[in-house]
Design a protein around this ligand. Structure first.
Ligand SMILES: NC(=O)c1ccc[n+]([C@@H]2O[C@H](COP(=O)([O-])OP(=O)(O)OC[C@H]3O[C@@H](n4cnc5c(N)ncnc54)[C@H](O)[C@@H]3O)[C@@H](O)[C@H]2O)c1
Length: 330
């Protein structure tokens, strides 16, 4: 089987639902045969490694370990879903303290064992803040680390496709920006349905509010239906992000990226923007929208600043003025 790359990819949290699905997706999409599975929970990890071996992927070279040094050494790409998931009734923000501590350790492992890693994707929630924590601790350049934010956009796309009875990929430009949480900013003004602008589709304000609500609650709805947090869609999209970073098909759904931009007024946060991931990393452009959409993005940004300041208070990341000491690339 031909693989896109031969470089080492580490899946952190591989014993869990998203992690195990990512290992399978990586091999099915032919990204790299050299996949290392890492988790702190040995039996789960061992079970996933056995199952993957029993798939019999041609040419695959699967290794697994609970030792971080062994896992991270030589890694060129990393995806991490290694953290606690939400349960019914919880928001992503409820995971802040515990998962940000894990993110700090994750960043430290990168700095210590694989400073030459090319790209890292962070999934575990609240993803914008865990990714920011990992970026500060890792010492990586901002364009080398992204967080998974795309599902909010694919949920919006799905809701609009159902509303208008069209195939999902006929809905384009359905994007959300800002935080991957209750305060995400849902943009309508760039959406086209089968090539026609959404504003010409006769959608009532009431219907649009309902679609927005379904988008924001998309993750909670999966928990209600399946009794657990989503895992297939995050696994697939995170793997597509790494495929793009490896030089495969570009990833153009919004990704969470580091933004520190005076002109835009967004400073020292990770958030979803109009982005492209390619072999040179992640690149963002200015979000275009109506005054209302930009105001909701501003609100989402302010919420992210609040969460960032909470983890500064907790001592998980240093105050902004001291970030450069930990990561000179910021
Ligand atoms: N960004 C997104 O769009 C998105 C979508 C869905 C879920 N998530 C998040 O992804 C994360 C994982 O979800 P899941 O369903 O796979 O959960 P899961 O509980 O099935 O798996 C998580 C795995 O991480 C491991 N783990 C915990 N702490 C670790 C550490 N310090 N180092 C390495 N591994 C560690 C656990 O042992 C477990 O195997 C959760 O935080 C969830 O909220 C994000």
């Amino acid at each position: 089987m031909a693989y896109l790359s031969n470089e080492k990819l580490v899946i952190v949290g591989a014993g869990g639902m998203i992690g195990s699905n990512m290992v399978q997706s990586v091999l099915m999409l032919g990204l790299t045969p050299n996949v290392c599975l890492y988790d702190i929970f040995e039996p789960g990890l061992h079970g996933v490694a056995d199952e993957i071996a029993q798939c019999g992927f041609p040419g695959a070279n699967i290794t697994w370990t609970t030792n971080p040094e062994e896992a991270f050494t030589g890694a060129k790409y990393i995806i991490s879903s290694g953290g606690a998931p939400r349960k019914e009734g919880m928001t992503r923000e409820d995971l802040l303290k515990g998962n940000c501590k894990i993110a700090a350790e994750f960043g430290d492992f990168i700095k210590k064992y694989c400073p030459d890693v090319k790209h890292v994707v962070v999934i575990f929630n609240p993803a914008d803040v865990t990714a920011l924590t990992a970026l500060i601790h890792s010492g990586l350049k901002p364009n080398q680390l992204t967080s998974l934010a795309a599902l909010d956009s694919t949920r919006l796309q799905q809701a609009l496709a159902l509303e208008f009875g069209v195939q999902q990929d006929k809905v384009t430009g359905a994007h959300t920006y800002g935080g991957h949480g209750e305060q995400m900013a849902v943009f309508a003004s760039q959406v086209k349905v089968d090539g026609k602008p959404l504003c010409e589709m006769g959608l009532s304000d009431e219907k649009w509010e309902d679609i927005k609500h379904r988008t924001v609650q998309g993750g909670s709805n999966i928990i209600k239906l399946r009794g657990r947090s989503s895992f297939q869609s995050p696994a697939y999209n995170a793997v597509k992000m790494i495929e793009a970073a490896m030089g495969g098909e570009k990833f153009t759904l919004p990704a969470g990226c580091y933004v520190n931009h005076d002109a835009l007024g967004f400073k020292n946060v990770m958030m979803a923007m109009p982005t492209t991931i390619d072999a040179t990393g992640v690149h963002f452009v200015e979000p275009k929208g109506t005054a209302d959409e930009l105001a909701s993005l501003q609100k989402s940004y302010e919420h992210l600043c609040k969460m960032r300041d909470e983890i500064v208070e907790l001592g998980i990341i240093p105050p902004v003025a001291e970030w450069k000491e930990m990561n000179p690339n910021l």
